[in-house]
Design a protein around this ligand. Sequence first.
Ligand SMILES: Nc1nc2c(ncn2[C@@H]2O[C@H](COP(=O)(O)OP(=O)(O)O)[C@@H](O)[C@H]2O)c(=O)[nH]1
Ligand SMILES: [Mg+2]
Length: 459
Amino acid sequence: MRNHPIAAIATPPGSGGVGIIRVSGRNLVGLAELLLAKPPKLRFAHHLYLNDSHGNRLDEVLLIYFKGPASFTGEDVLELHCHGGAFLTQMILNRVIELGRDWGIVQAEAGEFSLRAYLNGKIDLAQAEAIPDLINAQSDAAIKGAARSLQGRFSQRINQLITEITQLRILVESTLDFPEEEIEFLESSKANELLAELLIKLQELVEETRQGKILRDGIQLALVGSPNVGKSSLLNYFVGEERAIVTPVAGTTRDRIQERISLQGMPIHLIDTAGLRTSTDLVERLGIAKTWDAIQDADTIIFMRDLSQAQSFEEGLLAAQVTKRASKKAHIINVFNKLDLLATENHSAHPLHDESAIYISVKTGAGMDRLRKKILEGAGWNSNEAAGIFTARERHLSAIALAKECLLRAQAHGTNGNLALDLFAEELRYAQDALGQITGKLLPDELLGKIFSEFCIGK
Ligand SMILES: Nc1nc2c(ncn2[C@@H]2O[C@H](COP(=O)(O)OP(=O)(O)O)[C@@H](O)[C@H]2O)c(=O)[nH]1
Ligand SMILES: [Mg+2]
């Protein structure tokens, strides 16, 4: 960590009523005195006029002084509230850096305030990661989830498990010096049962963390199929407005269109694509290439067909190609649209009947509830659990998966004939270390740098 005081604009770029410049450093009382021309009071909104180096007034400013460790970063923090102009806040920041030259003030790097809060023990790593999650949250559920992580609910779960693993490890290690008693020990101490319980708890945590990751990242849902089947109409239906151009002309959608929607709190990045067909039009062909990219990246694919048209040979091939190009983990939903054009809504006698498919009419809204349900199920979203959820990341999921592998190996050591108590204990320690990476107890420095560099400047 750099020892210099750091300064940055904490409010977003652009214009607003108020802009905030934040400074953090070991000892900022001198700088506060220089700005105020008197000693600062703690946590008091001081009023002052800030001038440039020639004595020309820049703005009227409120200054608040937080004395460390009772501050966000754990160091002394100054907040200067000025008018919120993009150029103005930059000038005030420059002036503060100029005035703070004697203290060695430098411009903060991305995430450096949060990094200091973490290094000074104000928050752990999972909590620090929840700050951008809260800032970037796009739904009610995502805000509540990020707030829970920031409060430390996720970290508490992790720490509780680490404590339980440690207790078991102590129990096991304390008998390592008496090898002849190993088997007897495992039976009498119920070590294997304790381990089995830990595995169940860890699995519960995997499920919750997976939900938390969906809550944070959402899923990519691509609408694909031949031209004119109703993909753009479905996007508009979900978004609730005329977002994509819909016409009876095949090949209307040429570029990919992306919209964010939310289904029962689950964020969805909905992607409308150019219809897949052989085309000689250059623009359309570029659009179709993007469709294949979208198929590769999607978590869920709606492969849409038109019930009122007989399935062409080309379309049959297309379905197979889509399956091939999609990620192994992707969930593909076969959807037949334009149910309203059938003489009867009973599609079971139709040549395109398929038990696992969903039949809809974007025009009348028929079948939409079933489609929504299918999307949610496919993504593994459990809206009943969403109430208590915390936001999580891929990084957390991998760490928990690693811990689980270690516990499973420990279990194998504990139950096979060649009982190896030291290996049992060692796997417990690896599991502990893996979980410790989530809260940052045991994290390589380069990973730490990577995590915080993804924050914005001023956070
Ligand atoms: N009858 C009927 N027409 C539909 C339905 N959905 C879409 N369409 C029509 O089908 C045509 C093509 O729709 P569009 O959404 O542009 O298809 P895309 O090429 O797959 O994006 C338009 O004329 C739509 O109005 C539906 O459920 N029923
Ligand atoms: Mg379209």
